[in-house]
Design a protein around this ligand. Structure first.
Ligand SMILES: Nc1ncnc2c1ncn2[C@@H]1O[C@H](COP(=O)(O)OP(=O)(O)OP(=O)(O)O)[C@@H](O)[C@H]1O
Ligand SMILES: [Mg+2]
Length: 351
């Protein structure tokens, strides 16, 4: 009976790939990005109903009106606050649903197959939370995909071929390094170091060395504007003005910071990311290592946009390194495509 019912309505179901990221949530449907918003939600303190979500909620961070609380419900690539994550996902799916046909909306017949990516290092409990949050949106079926596999598919690597490919996905919360071949992740390393740790390192540097308190949004902007993993000769003195609060005097203050100083503050988290790449290479079996030596490493995720990162990885590994096209979208695209490849891919993270 159930089988017949599903068949009857299956033309109304759709397939959605979700990159539920620490920094951004991206939904892909039929190969297209249908939603790309920061993973931020603002809720009413008393009723816990959603006030704003995504871009609108992010702009409220640090300047919330009374009675409203703003959350980033994911930390280190996994759900930190289940109820708020569920609310956020439902709102995002609701936005996509609102663009559907009148009939599908009215009769609430939109029950898509959903694939969601999870970091390789997520525990069974963390994977279950992501699965259940996706299911609560009215999904017919939820599949969990390893984030590194999704990144490899989405960046166009030949994941099905008997060839080893290495992908490094640097997100806001985690860095995933994986070697994929024949539709599976052969080996991987996941560290809870990503773009957010770079922002925190900048905030800490200003407190310690400049006696200046700055916010994480300011730190992130600084990282994108001046941050580098590989400082080139002549660039050291490039500088930028930064506004913050003098810690001793408690008054607003503006100071100048150089590229060399920012680069130095980023060194520790960058070393952790590079360590994950080296650890994975050391464990790679010889045949796959030979493939990687030939084809190089592909970088995805927003962190791949950090200036000088590919040069730095090239310097420590001696391998060719390239940043994928649209690195911020690779995981979402790959997660969506993985639904069509189900059965051929061996890397669904098990519950
Ligand atoms: N030009 C840039 N230079 C450096 N970092 C950048 C740049 N653009 C974006 N980022 C960083 O990329 C990160 C977001 O990347 P992404 O959207 O891939 O993360 P995510 O998928 O949400 O996180 P995760 O996969 O860890 O859960 C943020 O830390 C952001 O600051
Ligand atoms: Mg990600």
């Amino acid at each position: 009976m159930l089988g017949i019912k599903i068949k009857k309505f299956s033309f109304l179901s759709d397939k959605i790939g979700i990159d539920l990221g620490t920094a951004n949530t991206i939904l892909c449907c039929g190969g297209k990005v249908v939603l790309n918003e920061p993973s931020v939600v603002a809720v009413y303190q008393d009723s816990r109903k959603v006030f704003a979500v995504g871009e609108e909620a992010k702009s409220m961070l640090g300047r919330t009106p009374p009675g409203i609380e703003v959350f980033r419900p994911l930390r280190d690539g996994v759900i930190a606050d289940f109820d708020i994550s569920e609310l956020m996902l439902k709102s995002f799916i609701g936005k996509v649903r609102s663009r559907l046909s009148f009939m599908s909306r009215t009769f609430n017949l939109f029950h898509p197959d959903i694939a969601v990516c999870v970091p390789g290092g997520a525990t069974a409990v963390e994977r279950r939370a992501i699965h259940d949050a996706a299911l609560s949106t009215g999904a017919r079926r939820v599949l969990l995909i390893e984030e590194a596999m999704a990144a490899a598919i989405g960046s166009g690597l030949p994941v099905m071929a008997p060839v080893g490919s290495m992908v490094v996905d640097i997100g806001g919360g985690t860095t995933e390094v994986a070697v994929v071949s024949l539709g599976g992740v052969v080996l991987s390393t996941s560290v809870r170091y990503g773009g957010n740790k770079l922002d925190e390192a900048i905030v800490y540097f200003f407190r310690r060395a400049k006696n200046l308190s700055i916010g994480e949004n300011t730190a992130e902007k600084l990282k994108c504007a001046l941050g580098t993993a590989y400082i080139k000769k002549g660039d050291e003195n490039e500088s930028i003005k930064v506004k913050g609060r003098d810690i001793t005097l408690g008054i607003p203050k503006e100071i100048e910071v150089t590229k060399a100083e920012i680069a130095e503050s980023l060194e520790e988290p960058i070393m952790m990311m590079l360590g994950a790449v080296q650890a994975t290479l050391e464990k790679t079996p010889p045949e796959l290592a030979a493939d990687i030596a030939e084809h190089g490493i592909v970088l995805t995720g927003g962190g791949a946009l950090l200036d000088g990162l590919s040069e730095r990885i090239n310097l420590i590994t001696g391998l060719k390194v390239r940043v994928a096209d649209d690195p911020l979208l690779c995981v979402a695209r790959g997660t969506g495509q993985a639904l069509d490849l189900s059965g051929q891919i061996r890397s669904y993270a098990s519950l």
